[in-house]
Structures are given as C-alpha cells and as structure tokens.
Design a binder for this molecule. Structure first.
Ligand SMILES: C[S@@+](CC[C@H](N)C(=O)[O-])C[C@H]1O[C@@H](n2cnc3c(N)ncnc32)[C@H](O)[C@@H]1O
Length: 204
C-alpha cells in the first residue's frame, strides 16, 4: 500500500467535517509571530492552514493525500480564506515544495510507512527564511484510537532535533518541550496525550 493510498483510506473513512480549531501548539507558538508566508507540511483537513490564513499568513499547505487536500480546500473555501491558501500534493519522501517561508510548520507528520522522515524535516528546516521559525509538533504518546502500532517507538524531541543535524550557530532553540493536551478521537472519545514541541528560529 502506498503512503497516499493509506492516508486516502483514513480520510475517506473519517468525518469530512473538521474541528475548525488549530492545533494547541500551533496557536501557542505561532500565535505571537508576525504573519508572512507559511508552509504547512502534512496539512490533513486543513484546520491549521485555515487558522494561519485567518491570522494573516499566506499559506502553502501540503499533503500526500488527495482526499485530505480536497477536504482542506472545501474547508478553506467555507472559511472564506481560499485565496490565502495554496494546497499542493506532495509525497514528502520524494518531492518538496519550492521557496522559503517565514514559518514552516508540521504537526504530527507521522506515517506507518518506512519513509525518510528525517530527510523531509531537514528539507523543512532548509525552507525556513533567515529570521523565520520552524515548528514541529510530534506525538510523544499514543491515543487509544491511534492507527500506529503500540510497539512503535516515538522519538524524543531531542532525537528529532539531532536527526536534523542543524548547525547550532544558525538556529536558536525557542522550545524543546513536551506539552499535554486533551485529544478527541473519531467517535468523540477523549484522552490526555503528550506531544513534543520543537520550536526553532533560524538566525542566519
Ligand atoms: C497524523 S496526520 C496529521 C494531520 C494534521 N497535521 C493534524 O495535525 O491534524 C498526518 C498527515 O501527514 C500526511 N502525510 C503522511 N506522510 C506524508 C508524506 N510522506 N508526504 C506528505 N504528507 C504526508 C498525511 O496524509 C496526514 O494528513
């Protein structure tokens, strides 16, 4: 099964509606930034892209799933921000959007397929303009309804940072921390989970 097929199946089975809310960490860490151009990787149904557009960002939002992108396009149109969000289909294992951005964000860019995730994150860092920010939000614990296998080991924030091999001279660490959040599952069930936040500013 390809990455696209896997995620298209997930999005076809799920609800087409969205929470209409941004991720907790995105709102917390990107909220205070001055809007400019943003790149979102693994945008899913587009809640974060819509929120960024509402804050004044011009957004390029990327996903491998054409089903997700179609739902996200509908959500951006319904929110009245379609002209501020450009959706692009990419399998980040093999292709990456062009350009540099004031903010590059990826929330829960996980996939069960064996794929060069660290390489994609290195490219994500390379797409941050000088002075801009990189925000990665990752699962540090697994919700009971997660698709990911229980024995899958989730990297720590430090391991993810290390895998990106960034020059310490060129980046300022603004947060490398876990945050707890109440997550809602596909059947409206809830559980407290922990996410890792890697929030960096490119200094040169
Ligand atoms: C767990 S979901 C997170 C969605 C959204 N960011 C959120 O916070 O709700 C992971 C997303 O990453 C996308 N994705 C996974 N692997 C990808 C890849 N290789 N290239 C592009 N997108 C990918 C999936 O299609 C899915 O939308």
């Amino acid at each position: 099964m390809t990455t696209e097929t896997f995620w298209n199946d997930i999005y076809r089975r799920g609800s087409p509606t969205t929470s209409g809310r941004p991720g907790l960490a995105l709102a917390q860490f990107a909220g205070p930034l001055s809007p400019g151009s943003a790149l979102e990787l693994g945008c899913g149904k587009g809640d974060d892209a819509v929120w960024l557009a509402r804050q004044g960002w011009t957004v390029t939002a990327v996903d491998v799933s054409t089903v997700a992108l179609s739902l996200a396009t509908g959500n951006a149109e319904a929110a009245g921000v379609a002209e501020r969000v450009r959706f692009e289909a990419h399998d980040l294992a093999t292709s990456f959007p062009t350009g540099t951005f004031g903010l590059v964000a990826a929330s829960f860019l996980h996939s069960p397929q064996d794929w060069p995730r660290a390489e994609a994150l290195i490219r994500a860092a390379g797409a941050v303009a000088p002075g801009g920010h990189l925000l990665l939000v990752e699962h540090a614990s697994r919700a009971p309804w997660s698709w990911s296998a229980e024995d899958t080991r989730l990297p720590t924030a430090e391991e993810t940072l290390e895998a990106m091999r960034l020059s310490p001279d060129a980046w300022r660490i603004r947060c490398l921390c876990p945050i707890a959040r109440l997550a809602t599952g596909p059947d409206s069930q809830t559980a407290t989970v922990t996410d890792n936040v890697i929030f960096l500013q490119r200094t040169e």
